[in-house]
Write a protein that binds this ligand. Structure first.
Ligand code: ADP
Ligand code: MG
Length: 392
């Protein structure tokens, strides 16, 4: 263990009185915006506590000697130290949702949580996994099927409880390629569906939507002959506020456009970005610095026409004077060929994706669907041919 990490662990043990009685810190395994995560051994764990382990119970019944001697096999946990700067509501929200999801398939369950003064820690079973950066460059299509079967199993159980994860990305899905199993972690930004504020235009009828647009300040400045290329001055509209949580590059268009009626389908878009990453072997795939940038990156892919349609769904108008965006965008097939250096030269034969990759692209289109209402759900995804064909 590095010296700085050892110091950090010592400081944590000192500040959280009693923790060293219960856990032996081994290493620091994660450091994010909202928390630090440590790997630790649970010193109080013994097999008597493990009421779910039927085999152990059986063996206890038959061997009285064994009863007195707890198993020596160490049990590892992940201790998530949530930064004290997080609001109590946010901390409570994360723990409450984890508790609610404790029996959910492929979701990392919460074992317990402690508070000492202003510090809260969550204790989770340690899940052995591999770093995404170690395998994204050479994952086979057959392995992608398994990866996504596991991810959508997790999302199906989360979404069944009407919970949006909001931060689906590789570091929040701990995957073990050997077992072809993963667990979803990090519910720090998750929320229940319907915690939004104002109604969004995507829930309006086409007439209502048209009414909203013709009465917007934009439309008024247009008809009064104001310069179309400038932002409206003295804009009296209330600025759009919506939950924009999540990680740049994984945000669905409706999140970027600040639709206020976001639902579980935002997680499916993010999963699509992971599949795009795997197929193109580019990580991260999107590099945007802010939401507008991110929207423009999506425009490069899907074209101006699709972005205009998508914006209209949410009662927004999308305009750009950047000439390099085409109306129709590019097919995902071409993007993947480009990114993997298979575009060939002008005179050479036209290169194509492998049949299995084409299948993956068909599926990818269902995930990276700009209209959230048409996007595939986790339940449907598990029944999609691309995932159904997964076998170990
Ligand atoms: P943050 O909110 O800071 O992103 P996470 O819950 O995503 O916190 O955890 C950060 C990192 O810690 C993860 O990306 C992962 O590497 C590691 N981690 C979290 N939970 C576990 C676990 N149960 N088992 C193993 N590693 C974990
Ligand atoms: Mg995280």
């Amino acid at each position: 263990v590095e010296e700085a990490v050892a110091e950090d662990m010592a400081r944590f043990e000192e500040s959280f009185s009693g923790i060293d009685q219960r856990y032996r810190l081994i290493n620091r395994i994660g450091e994010g915006t909202f928390s630090t995560v440590y790997k630790a051994e649970d010193l109080e764990y013994n097999d008597y506590d493990n009421r779910w382990d039927i085999d152990e119970r059986e063996s206890r019944k038959w061997s009285p000697a064994h009863r007195r001697r707890p198993s020596r096999r160490p049990h590892y946990v992940a201790i998530k130290k949530i930064y004290v700067t997080s609001s109590p509501i946010r901390i409570f929200n994360e723990l409450e949702l984890l508790f609610d999801l404790r029996y959910s398939d492929s979701v990392c369950p919460l074992i317990t949580a402690f508070r000492h003064m202003d510090q809260v820690i969550a204790v989770l079973p340690y899940f052995q996994h591999q770093d995404f950066r170690d395998y994204y460059r050479d994952m086979k299509i057959s392995e992608m099927r398994l990866y996504f079967r596991s991810l959508f199993t997790a999302l199906r159980s989360v979404h069944a409880k009407k919970i949006l994860h909001r931060d689906i990305k590789p570091t929040n899905f701990l995957y073990n390629p050997q077992q072809a199993r993963g667990v979803l972690v990090d519910f720090g930004l998750a929320e229940r569906e319907g915690t939004e504020w104002h109604p969004c235009a995507c829930t309006l009828t086409p007439e209502e939507r048209r009414h909203r647009i013709t009465h917007s300040v934009y439309a008024q400045t247009q008809s009064s002959g104001a310069q179309a290329s400038s932002y409206p001055k003295n804009d009296t509209r209330s600025s759009r506020r919506a939950n924009r949580a999540g990680t740049r590059g994984f945000r669905a268009p409706e999140v970027l456009i600040k639709c206020t009626q976001q639902n579980t389908s935002i997680d499916m878009w993010s999963a699509g970005v992971i599949l795009l990453t795997l197929l193109t072997r580019r990580f991260p795939f999107f590099h945007s610095q802010d939401d507008i940038d991110a929207l423009l990156e999506i425009t490069t892919l899907f074209g101006r026409k699709r972005m205009k349609e998508t914006s209209l769904l949410h009662g927004q108008i999308f305009e750009t004077n950047i000439p390099s965006y085409s109306d129709g965008g590019h097919s995902l097939e071409r993007i993947i060929l480009w990114c993997t250096g298979r575009t060939g030269d002008k005179n050479g034969p036209k290169k194509e994706l492998e049949p299995e990759e084409k299948e993956a692209v068909q599926f990818l289109y269902r995930l990276l669907e700009c209209d959230p209402a048409k996007r595939i759900t986790a339940d449907e995804a598990l029944r999609h041919p691309f995932i159904e064909k997964a076998h170990e």
